[in-house]
Design a protein around this ligand. Structure first.
Ligand SMILES: NC(=O)c1ccc[n+]([C@@H]2O[C@H](COP(=O)([O-])OP(=O)(O)OC[C@H]3O[C@@H](n4cnc5c(N)ncnc54)[C@H](OP(=O)(O)O)[C@@H]3O)[C@@H](O)[C@H]2O)c1
Length: 306
């Protein structure tokens, strides 16, 4: 049960997942403390306006985390993506950030740590370093003497409207197979699920939960996008020539082919447990509507893999 006297520290709150988690925790009545690199920045200011305490901190600065976690009940841990071009974060940085957060949470007596990983994590390597680093962080978290929950989000629905996916040219090009389903989740729902996890620690302590809101093939995605936008959208999988040329994309596509990245969450069970979960249709009519409009206006090149 949420308690406004108890504080949950949220990392990455100026970003997608952390932002959604901070909003959902506030809605559930928690006190929320966001660790931000620039408290005077626009996003940090917006968090303050929404009643979130912001404290200056950096994942690379353990002292700042020690100070931020003081007296905290919970910590939501997410790391910037070491696989994202231009992020400036190496795989080893991501590992160090994730393990440092967990160790400091334990040493500060935090009651519940929630770590956001990826659907592709698991006991055997994928061969994609920025995904495998999350499996290593998961293991580290599980082996620490702290109550923890790992959530493994499916591919974000938001990724489908990024520049470079082709929507401005009337097509969607992604890794999904045209006729085989892949699971997706709305970022908003990652936040709501994390808040539900903090709200029911006995239920979620020690668990690893794969989370998704819908499962669609490439053709089904295009059909939903066509209906929502009123513009004809066709689907084509990213061309083989591109997958051969771009090693990371090629390896990631192979993980879709072998099932590792498509998601295997039990959607019926999740929808019963978290009735707010958005289908792709409902996301397109809700939080995704503005992003879809934007996608038709923004030409882009290259596939944004996150
Ligand atoms: N896209 C997908 O489909 C998908 C699916 C599953 C998992 N993931 C994983 O999700 C993670 C990214 O989550 P996201 O999309 O929510 O991230 P995001 O929107 O890119 O935001 C990153 C956040 O991390 C903060 N940050 C970056 N470097 C920092 C540092 N040194 N110290 C403190 N904070 C720092 C950023 O703060 P500033 O505002 O200061 O930059 C920002 O708040 C990645 O690990 C990715 O692999 C993605």
């Amino acid at each position: 049960m949420a308690d406004s006297d108890r504080t949950v520290v949220v990392l990455g709150a100026t970003g997608q997942q952390g932002g959604a988690v901070a909003a959902a925790l506030r809605a559930d009545g928690w006190a929320v403390r966001a660790v931000v690199r620039d408290p005077s920045g626009q996003r940090a200011q917006a968090l303050s306006a929404d009643g979130v305490e912001t404290v200056r901190g950096d994942l690379g600065d353990p002292d700042s985390l020690r100070a931020a976690f003081s007296d905290a009940h919970g910590v939501f841990s997410v790391q910037p993506n070491s696989g994202q071009a231009g992020s400036g974060v190496s795989d080893e940085d991501e590992f160090r950030f994730g393990t440092t957060v967990a160790e400091i949470a334990r040493s500060r007596g935090v009651a519940h740590l929630v770590y956001s990983s990826t659907v592709a994590a698991g006991p055997t390597p994928t061969g994609v370093a920025h995904l495998d680093v999350k499996s290593r962080i998961e293991d580290h978290v599980r082996n620490l003497d702290i109550t923890s929950t790992v959530i493994r989000p499916a591919t974000f629905m938001e990724i489908l409207t990024l520049p470079g996916m082709g929507l401005d040219q009337g097509r969607l090009s992604f890794l999904t197979h045209p006729d085989r389903a892949m699971q997706f989740i709305a970022v908003r729902d990652i936040g709501r699920i994390a808040a539900a996890v903090f709200g029911s620690p006995d239920r979620y302590a020690g668990r690893t939960v794969e989370i998704a809101g819908d499962a669609l093939s490439g053709e089904a995605l295009a059909e939903r996008l066509t209906r929502a936008s009123g513009r004809p959208i066709t689907y084509s999988r990213l061309p083989t020539t591109l997958l051969e040329r771009d090693e990371l994309l090629g390896r990631t596509a192979a993980l879709v082919d072998n099932g590792r990245l498509v998601g295997h969450a039990d959607l019926d069970a999740l929808r019963a447990e978290f009735p707010f979960l958005l289908s792709f249709d409902r996301w397109l009519a809700g939080p995704g509507a503005g992003l879809l409009d934007e996608a038709f206006r923004s030409a882009g090149t290259g596939v944004a893999l996150r």
